[in-house]
Design a binder for this molecule. Structure first.
Ligand code: XMP
Length: 516
């Protein structure tokens, strides 16, 4: 089993970022909530206590009994984690009298301490806390200070326990990665051998072992996650992986054909299913967004179920597909065990391809320990088509939630044409790869225009482009005016039915990325 670092999550918004940074050092790590501890077996090399929205002084603040862990493993407390360790050992944590938020510089650094080796005096760190450690017990050595925060970092003498009141995982902490490396490599002794090649090799070997001669059925969406998961499975079991790609008629222009071709070129055993009429039929006259999502989710399951039955029937006698492959990734799993409970559902994000209960297949999810950017790197190692790896996220219900109001084939066609011009221009100018997600929205309004001598009364489309890390927050992108002008002209001149183009300049929150 490969070695790992455990991050105990006390609910900080930065916990996932710590995990990403540790993994950037080619060291595998897992996040576990403080109130549901994992097994601490021999693979564990060290533990990081995360920050928290709680104050250690608050009633109901997260608590754990770490006495035994402290004897067995190196521990690094970050922010709340550091304050908690200090308070539990008899130190004093009080509300800060001065603002301890934002950039600060380390005025004192004990570089003889292994945690801070290579971190220079004046190094910039990112502070974000309402409490501060006022007093530490006698055996806590202060190893770094800023002019305002005396206990910026400490080492508990005679142990491998450390605490820092700043956030090394945030890029504003300029030597944060040096510090994390000192901890996971120097102090915990991790070998830094967790690379995408190593991940792919081990995963393929594990899948072979797990699946043997079994058959697996899997729905692909054309997206990065399901594709990379399928390629891993394909490498492990070859033709015993049966893939299904459904055309619900709500994909981008020509996307169905292009993606299906890529899949075939990759050697996947794939079956394309044109289910356009079924989806359009069931969606006719429906304009409420959640209702659209439900219809699409349910229809998808119907189509998938039928296709899976067909595959079962085609298998030689006595054989049955026992497994369902899924492209689940790590954030899908950690969110559902978050300390504060799942965040309120604003939109029901169906995981299209979700398992209908009655199918009773076992689930195999080769990517469930990876973040999105890691999935892309594994995909690159596996030589997945760069067009698929670089694709923007695209919602499962597709253009159904980008045609506001009720859906008709004609509206979808107009939207596909406009969107195709938009995306092509982004690609030609290099903006596509700088944008996290872009798309076109068909608005349910008509507006007056003039073409030649004629008055027109036609449709409006909105263009959206956002920058984001994970879709939870997003900023609108400042596309150059010249580019917007060119796109607008092309759309109005070439797409019959549109006489006005607008650009969405809202960020999330308070707006969402999709309009529905
Ligand atoms: P919002 O609109 O909530 O979108 O800011 C955040 C991300 O989620 C995608 N999205 C969906 N994905 N099914 C999906 O599979 C959905 O119903 C859905 N709604 C939004 C959206 O494209 C963005 O990437």
């Amino acid at each position: 089993m490969s070695e790992k670092i455990i991050i105990l999550d006390f609910g900080s918004q930065y916990t996932q970022l710590i995990a990403r940074r540790v993994r950037e050092l080619n060291v595998y790590c897992e996040i576990h909530p403080f109130n549901n501890l994992p097994d601490f077996d021999d693979a564990v090399k060290g533990i990081i206590f995360s920050g928290s929205p709680f104050s250690v002084r608050q009633e109901g603040a997260p608590q754990i009994d770490y006495t035994e862990l402290q004897q067995r493993f190196p521990i690094l407390g970050v922010c709340y984690g550091a304050q908690y360790l200090a308070q539990k050992s008899g130190g004093e944590v009080l509300p800060s009298e001065i603002r301890e938020y934002g950039r600060a510089n380390l005025q004192f650094v004990d570089t003889s301490n292994e945690l801070l080796s290579g971190v220079p005096v004046q190094s910039q760190v990112w502070m974000s806390h309402g409490d501060t450690i006022k007093e530490v017990p006698a055996n806590f050595n202060i190893i770094a200070s800023t002019d305002k925060v005396r206990v910026a970092a400490y080492h508990v003498a005679g142990t491998r326990t450390y605490g820092i009141q700043f956030h090394p995982e945030v890029t504003h902490s300029t030597d944060g990665q040096v510090l994390l490396k000192n901890f996971v490599v120097g102090i915990c002794g991790c070998a830094q051998d967790w690379t995408s090649t190593a991940f792919a090799e081990t995963t393929i070997a594990e899948l072979k072992e797990q699946l043997g001669d079994d058959h697996v059925i899997m729905a692909l969406s054309g997206g990065v996650d399901s594709t990379v998961a399928a390629v891993l499975l394909h490498e492990a079991i070859g033709k015993n992986l049966h893939c299904i790609f459904v055309d619900h008629g709500l994909l981008r222009k020509n996307e169905y054909e292009q993606v299906l071709d890529s899949y075939k070129n990759m050697g996947l055993n794939i079956k394309g299913i044109n289910a356009k009429d079924l989806f359009y039929g069931r969606l006719a006259g429906v304009s409420e967004p959640e209702q659209k999502r439900k219809i699409i989710g349910a229809s998808f399951i119907d189509v998938f179920d039928q296709a899976a039955k067909d595959i079962q029937n085609e298998l030689p006698d006595g054989l049955e597909a026992k497994w369902l492959g899924q492209g689940t990734i790590y954030p899908d799993i950690i969110e559902s065990i978050s300390v504060k409970g799942p965040s309120a559902t604003i939109k029901s994000h169906h995981n299209v391809g979700g398992l209908p209960d009655f199918m009773k297949l076992k689930v195999v999810e080769p990517l469930k320990t990876l973040f999105k950017d890691e999935v892309r790197r594994v995909g690159k190692t596996l030589e997945v088509d760069p067009n698929i790896l670089g694709r923007h996220p695209f919602p499962g219900p597709g253009l159904a939630i980008r045609v506001l109001g009720d859906i008709t084939e004609e509206k979808v066609r107009i939207l596909q044409e406009a969107d195709d011009i938009y995306i092509r221009n982004l690609k030609e100018t290099g903006w596509y790869d700088k944008v996290w997600q872009a798309g076109t929205i068909f608005l349910p309004v008509q507006s007056v225009g003039v073409m030649g001598d004629e008055r027109t009364y036609e449709h409006v489309v909105a263009l959206r482009a956002v920058g984001s890390l994970d879709g939870m927050t997003a900023d609108w992108i400042h596309l150059p005016y010249d580019l917007l002008a060119k796109i607008s002209n092309e759309i109005i001149n070439h797409v019959k039915g549109i006489n006005r183009v607008v650009y969405d300049i809202s960020s999330k929150p308070p707006a969402t990325i999709e309009w529905e």
